[in-house]
Design a protein around this ligand. Structure first.
Ligand SMILES: [Zn+2]
Length: 375
């Protein structure tokens, strides 16, 4: 019986569940949760495993997490084998130690301890776990939520165990995430011989003023919780490889990370306005990856802050920075979502690691939090 958070984290790290593989991590979690009295539903689609565990009735709280990890990358650069957990000077090394097998292990220990002390707790306690958070997420939480939506599941509070802390365990809670919107603009020119530019239209030259304007545009100033909306071009190319041709088009690929001060429509309107203002002939394709979400629940933030303070004696900052998470799909069924896990300093890097003491402290923070939420 693995009965401490370090040993469980080690066990999970030793399973090389590179996204979207699960390879038995969930089987282990399910067997432990069953022993605690949870009812389990599995939602396995193609190469992805997901499960929902639930127990009790009434006001509901859900732990959200993932068992998959990103690839270790260049194994030669690791000081240890990424899938053979090793503790060196009180630091545990291994892929997934921080993102987020450590946090899942802390959730499990917290759940088991809480239920042992409070077998007759009030409320409904749930877990939702996927093996496709780090990949494209097609068969992960996105799909499970569609099923839960259909059967009109409602969750009051959700905690996502993603690594949120920057310097110290407990320094950062996320109560929302920015949205992510990508686009591809195709600026049309007229192809021709480079020696006769008057007979063609150079889409690169024509786009320079637009590119200058859009990269300097101030979309908004952000607010207390969100950074200003940001626009980044990540690729520009033409179909041209010869030095005597003016290309027929220029493709510009970009991404927005946007706050709730913007909508998809407002961003699209401004991009179209700037393109038209510069007399460009263009087509544009959009892809929405995530809408922004924001949780204003004082109850959830205060309860978690209190639990953190009891263990770490620090007050967390409340922010919405960073990339998107599966929290975005939960907005469809959950009223309030908050994120809190381990430190994010080494996630997705070589030599990903976690302080052993952080694992223990996180499990205690989660346990305190459960007692405050359910009692
Ligand atoms: Zn993660």
């Amino acid at each position: 019986m693995l009965n401490n958070v370090l040993n469980i984290t080690k066990k999970l790290i030793s399973i090389p569940s590179i996204t979207p593989e699960d390879l038995g991590c969930q089987k282990f979690l399910i067997s432990r949760l069953k022993k605690c009295g949870f009812f389990i539903e599995e939602f396995n689609f193609k190469d992805t495993k997901n499960f929902l565990a639930s127990k009790g009735t009434g006001r509901s709280f859900l732990f959200l997490g993932h068992t998959d990890v990103v690839s270790p990358g260049d194994i030669k650069k690791w000081n240890t084998d990424p899938f053979v957990p090793q503790v060196i000077e009180n630091v545990l090394y291994g892929r997934g130690s921080s993102d987020m097998k450590g946090a899942i292990s802390a959730m499990l220990i917290a759940t088991e301890r809480f239920l042992k002390k409070n077998p007759y707790h009030l409320g409904r306690f749930l877990w939702l776990i996927t093996s496709d958070e780090e990949g494209n997420g097609t068969n992960g939480i996105r799909k499970v939520i569609k099923i839960l939506e259909k059967r009109k599941e409602k969750i009051n509070f959700c905690l996502v165990g993603e690594p949120t802390n920057e310097m110290l365990l407990g320094d950062c809670i996320k109560n929302g995430r920015r949205g992510s919107l990508s686009g591809k603009i195709n600026v049309e020119g007229i192809q021709g011989h480079i020696a006769y530019p008057t007979l063609s239209k150079n889409p690169i030259h024509m786009s320079l003023k637009f590119l200058n304007e859009i990269t300097k545009y101030v979309w908004d100033y952000g607010n207390d919780f969100f950074l200003p909306t940001q626009f980044q071009i990540y690729n520009i190319f033409t179909n041209n490889f010869s030095n005597n041709i003016i290309p027929s088009f220029l493709q510009i690929e970009f991404n927005f990370r946007f706050s709730p001060l913007q909508t998809v429509q407002s961003l699209q309107n401004i991009v179209n306005f700037l393109l038209k203002k510069n007399n460009l002939q263009y087509t544009i394709q959009w892809k929405l990856h995530a809408k922004p979400f924001f949780s204003s629940s004082k109850f959830l933030i205060n309860t978690l802050s209190k639990s953190i303070y009891q263990i770490m004696k620090i007050k967390p900052r409340i922010t919405t920075t960073g990339g998107t998470s599966d929290g975005r799909f939960l907005t469809k069924i959950s009223d309030e979502i908050i994120e809190f896990g381990l430190k994010n300093t080494t996630i997705h890097q070589v030599n990903e690691c976690v302080h052993v003491v952080d694992l223990k402290n996180l499990s205690q923070i989660y346990e305190n939090f459960l007692s405050l939420i359910f009692l």
